[in-house]
Design a protein around this ligand. Structure first.
Ligand code: FBP
Length: 269
């Protein structure tokens, strides 16, 4: 019987995670004078009361120590840059054991469903699931359909298939990009079965748009959001995090969350 300790990052079936692996995935084009410093992001995670921070092992090793007691750590085990033009494949770079030594309570891995490298990806991921589950540790799978066979990575059929793959391969939480179609997304969440679904933040948009989308997403049956750029590229990342928290945890509407955000900004000035 496998018992997975998911409660460290999901509380009352809700979760809000801060993703900060973009420095590897996209490079410094995503970063500015503030967000280039990992300490800035760890402080947002702490003060914004995130249920976990997602980083690569190199960042964890150099910056996580003083946050050890306060922020649950999720180590992204694979990663790649956006430089080489090769078949989508992101190799494992950190072991589950190493992640545990660094203080992780969960591990993450990107699966490129539909990639020509799918056999290697599935096999690598399955070994990670086995090891992590032996420790009772949850595994988060970034389910990103990609490669020459994928004409549209936001297609509802392909996203639903991808969600199902995550469940079949043993992931506990699936991180999926939102396709702006709430009805279709409900089906995608259903296909994920007992694997919990979280949505990625995406490119930065206005706070009104971000909160509107977050409210829409939360109504599709997901447990929460794992956001990055929309929060830490924002001028007021803490206030925006608090507003997002209202939507995720208190079922606030986007309008209520935006009002709250504006009041918090006003206090700040
Ligand atoms: P954002 O919330 O900033 O979109 O981050 C989500 C994320 O999954 C990151 O964890 C990752 O670095 C990035 O997106 C990868 O996105 P892509 O493969 O589309 O470049």
């Amino acid at each position: 019987m496998v018992r997975i300790n998911i409660n460290k990052i999901i509380r009352n079936d809700r979760s809000m995670l801060l993703a900060y692996d973009q420095g590897l995935e996209h490079g410094p084009r995503d970063l500015d004078q503030r967000s280039v410093d990992p300490k800035f992001i760890f402080d947002i995670a702490l003060e914004g009361m995130y249920d976990g921070i997602i980083v690569q092992n190199g960042i964890a090793e150099k910056y996580y120590n003083r946050y050890f007691k306060d922020i649950p750590l999720i180590i992204k085990l694979n990663g790649k840059t956006s430089i080489p033009d090769i078949a989508p494949m992101s190799r494992q770079l950190c072991s589950v054991d190493r992640a545990i030594k660094l203080g992780a309570v969960a591990v993450g891995y990107t699966i490129y469903t539909g990639s020509p490298a799918e056999p290697e990806i599935f096999s690598e991921f399955s070994k990670i699931v086995e090891t992590a589950h032996d420790y009772g540790m949850p595994v988060i799978a970034w389910m990103y359909p990609r490669g020459p066979s994928i004409k549209n990575e936001f297609d509802k059929e392909i996203l639903a298939y991808s969600a199902r793959v995550g469940l079949e391969l043993g992931a506990d939480i699936l991180k999926i990009k939102y396709n702006d179609d709430p009805e279709a997304f409900k089906w995608i969440v259903k296909c994920a079965g007992r694997a919990k679904v979280m949505v990625a933040g995406g490119n930065k948009v206005t706070e009104a748009e971000f909160l509107r989308k977050s409210e829409e997403i939360m109504k599709t049956g997901v447990v929460g959001m794992a956001v990055g750029r929309n929060v830490w590229q924002h001028d007021y990342p803490l206030q925006l995090s608090m507003a997002l928290r209202k939507i995720i945890y208190d079922n606030a509407t986007a309008q209520e969350a935006e009002k709250f955000y504006e009041q918090e900004i006003h206090k700040q000035k």
